[in-house]
Design a protein around this ligand. Structure first.
Ligand code: ZN
Length: 299
């Protein structure tokens, strides 16, 4: 299991070992942790990968951290990655990777907070209203009990209504859309960062299911089906339509609606979240092709 300190340690070693990448923060969480972003490459085409927006899906954060590490090692050693020349990747794109969008929540799932701490007590109290959801392993939300991926202005009212009808009408371990769109600093930071960039493609990593969601309602950005098919081919994952109850208010939904550019949700691994670490090697192996090809396709 990883937590925010693991990411901080990785950043420290990355700064020592990889002087060719940029590391910066796009904003802060409720608890004041940084939302770190890594930039690899200096090409014109800007690409975005995100992970760890849902707390108990922290294995996706590890996936992107390991990818950054292997990509940087490949660039340093000039050895190919997934058959591609790392110099070519570096010159062809500017890849922005945000591996941990919900570090406060990930720390909760990783049992980082002491049982007598304010954070533990308040989240445990939120959780008590949802006895079917095991605490803290079922926690997906940010530390305020808001689902960060139900916060974006893409049919947010409908998202709010669907989630409320399911019983998530107040702070909850999952699926509470908040009081208004972008009420949470993590969601607002990602939104504002996306607006100042010019991303031509976005991949959002979640767990689980081994499926790829590629549409938003009937919005079909150019080439999105072709790219989705290629991702399915290299990963062995299946293309799927987003379940109706999760179809609105997500970051990817807003990204497609607002920019009309291809954006994908990759649901990695299979089982009950948080997925066990022993799935990690397979998850990495299955997704490496997507991670490398994502830098190369898109206009
Ligand atoms: Zn998720």
């Amino acid at each position: 299991m990883i937590n925010y300190l693991y990411l901080r340690d990785f950043i420290d070693t990355s700064k020592q070992n990889y002087d060719f990448i940029k590391i910066f923060s796009i904003g802060k969480t409720v608890l004041g942790n940084e939302l770190y972003c890594f930039k690899f490459g200096n090409g014109k085409k800007e690409i975005l990968y995100t992970a760890g927006i849902h707390a108990n899906e922290w294995i996706t954060s590890l996936l992107l951290i390991k990818f950054i590490q292997n990509l940087c090692n490949s660039y340093s050693s000039k050895e190919k990655i997934y058959g591609y020349d790392p110099d070519y990747l570096y010159n062809n794109c500017s890849l922005y990777i945000i591996p941990m969008l919900n570090p406060d929540g990930i720390n909760l799932v990783a049992n980082f907070y002491k049982k007598n701490s304010e954070v533990y007590i308040s989240t445990n109290n939120i959780s008590k209203a949802f006895p079917l959801l095991k605490f803290p392993s079922s926690w997906k939300s940010n530390i305020n009990g808001v689902d960060l991926n139900s916060q974006f202005p893409a049919n947010w009212d409908l998202c709010k209504k669907i989630k409320s009808n399911l019983g998530f009408n107040k702070p909850a371990p999952r699926d509470f859309a908040g009081s208004y769109p972008l009420s949470e600093p993590e969601a607002k930071s990602l939104y504002e960062f996306s607006l100042i960039k010019n991303f031509s493609l976005c991949i959002c990593f979640h767990s689980q299911g081994e499926v790829i969601y590629w549409k938003y309602i009937d919005n079909l950005p150019e080439n999105s089906l072709e790219i989705a098919k290629e991702f399915a081919h290299v990963s062995g994952y299946e293309l799927a339509d987003t379940p109706y109850n999760s179809s609105f208010g997500g970051f990817r939904d807003w990204f497609i609606q607002n920019f009309n550019k291809p954006a994908f949700t990759i649901e990695v691994g299979k089982g009950v979240n948080p997925l066990p670490l022993d799935q990690f090697n397979k998850i990495y192996h299955d997704n490496l092709g997507i991670l490398v090809l994502g830098c190369l396709i898109g206009t």
